[in-house]
Ligand binder design. Structure first.
Ligand SMILES: Cc1ncc(COP(=O)(O)O)c(C=O)c1O
Ligand SMILES: [Zn+2]
Length: 419
């Protein structure tokens, strides 16, 4: 008698994700498009039941974030679905920058090498899958610029309508990047915190109730995308955690999820448990978390941003208190640098490593420089900095240009004294 073929394994819409769990009180909810606890208003996070995850399984996966799908809340067949498939960006060994700063071992995780040139492709990739599962047809977000571009592109690829909200006055590169994919781009006369408040209102209104806002009602899913940065850094170091990492902060989500990613790798046994220090980086003109750290406060005082680092210009960062906890727990800190130092740092990174960062990368590199100068980071320890975005989107921040304009003749060139 013929043996019946085994039933194909059913696709699990959230992979190892089992529930939403309140970060504050631990209350559990079923997986749904919600983001705040009904009891204490704490943020909701994905809870997991990880199976046996091996290095071999990951290493044989695609060269993008889906190689970590058994650690992410995405459908088990995610690699077959239309998505931007970001990730597996270079971990650049930064020997020349290390030598200039006096560090023994430094790497730059260059996340400008993503499809829309920022780390936001990672978070959006997860949010798109959640939006698909929940049946949303429009993708939206409140954005400081990079997220708008990532949402526009992902919506186009995956077949969603899109409508994104940004503060008026963003850099041209970011506005064009958001608009070119054909979705709606709405600039709001105000800063990011005004945009975010507006989006919260829109979600509560019938006009927006069927929309998937990547960083609002889909935030628990979206935020998990940043864990892949931690996974990749560890894998690219040879399945080892770095000893020190410097991460830029806007809402603080990315920093908290890099820490969560490291903790998960330890928990499932993919890396050895060794101490690591997490350092947060802000621009002085928008440094509510760094100021709270400096003053020893555990409450963040919101600020009105005024900095060239517009991608980091969130005056009331949702995950700020968790950033302070992580810096404290790991022995790191939260620092800030002014606009002039940001520009100098963009040029330093470009001149030494050939990596052209946007202003957020300037903040991170500038903070690294400051930590070294002030003797507050260990120069002997294995250090990683994260470049989260591409300098081509913030061209006006740097005043670089041609060295000379000449007639096409050898004499004219020699007359410049350049050789
Ligand atoms: C280039 C870049 N880096 C870092 C961040 C910080 O992200 P988070 O809000 O997760 O702290 C952002 C946020 O918009 C960004 O655009
Ligand atoms: Zn709660």
């Amino acid at each position: 008698m013929a043996i019946a073929a085994a039933e194909p394994t059913a696709v699990r819409a959230f992979g190892p994700g089992t529930a939403l769990s309140c970060r504050e009180c631990g209350e559990r909810y079923e997986l749904s498009p919600s983001f705040a606890c009904q009891f204490c208003f704490g943020p909701l996070e994905i809870a997991y039941d990880f199976g046996n995850v091996t290095r071999e399984e990951i290493e044989s996966g695609p060269k993008n974030i889906w190689r970590y799908r058994s650690l992410l809340p995405v459908p088990t067949n995610v690699a077959e679905l239309p998505n931007m498939n970001p990730g597996f960006t270079p971990l650049v060994r930064a020997d020349r920058l290390a030598a200039e700063l006096g560090l023994k071992s430094l790497h730059v995780k260059d996340d400008s090498a993503n499809p829309t040139h920022s780390f936001k492709d990672r978070v959006v990739a997860i949010a798109v899958e959640a939006a698909r599962t929940f049946g949303f047809t429009t993708l939206s977000c409140s954005s400081t610029g990079n997220l708008a571009g990532a949402v526009g592109a992902a919506a186009a690829r995956a077949g969603f309508e899109s409508c994104v909200f940004i503060p008026a006055g963003l850099e041209e590169g970011k506005v064009v990047m958001a608009a070119v994919y054909g979705g709606k781009v709405v600039a709001i006369d105000g800063n990011y915190d005004d945009v975010n408040r507006f989006c919260s209102e829109l979600i509560g209104d019938e006009a927006g109730e069927s929309w998937g806002f990547t960083n609002v009602n889909l935030r628990p899913y979206y935020a998990e995308g940043s864990k892949t940065l931690a996974y990749e850094i560890a894998e690219q170091l040879g399945w080892r955690l770095p000893e020190q990492i410097v991460v830029p902060i806007a809402s603080g989500s990315q920093l908290t999820k890099i820490d969560k990613g490291f903790q998960e790798l330890i928990k499932v046994g993919l890396v050895e448990d060794r101490p690591y220090k997490v350092f947060g980086a802000q621009a002085t003109g928008c440094s509510p978390v760094a100021k709270a750290w400096e003053n020893g406060h555990d409450v963040i005082q919101p600020v009105k941003p005024d900095t060239i680092a517009k991608s980091l210009a969130i005056g009331n960062p949702a995950d700020g208190p968790y950033v302070l906890d992580i810096a404290e727990r790991t022995g790191g800190s939260v620092e800030h640098v002014g606009d002039d130092e940001i520009v100098d740092a963009i040029k330093l990174l470009a001149r030494t490593e050939g990596v052209f960062a946007e202003t957020a990368g300037g903040v991170t590199t500038g903070v690294l420089h400051k930590l070294v100068r002030e003797g507050r980071i260990d120069p002997e320890a294995e250090t990683v900095i994260v470049n989260t975005g591409d300098g081509l989107k913030t061209l006006n921040a740097v005043d670089s240009g041609v060295t000379a304009t000449i007639k096409p003749s050898l004499d004219a060139f020699k007359a410049q004294g350049l050789v």
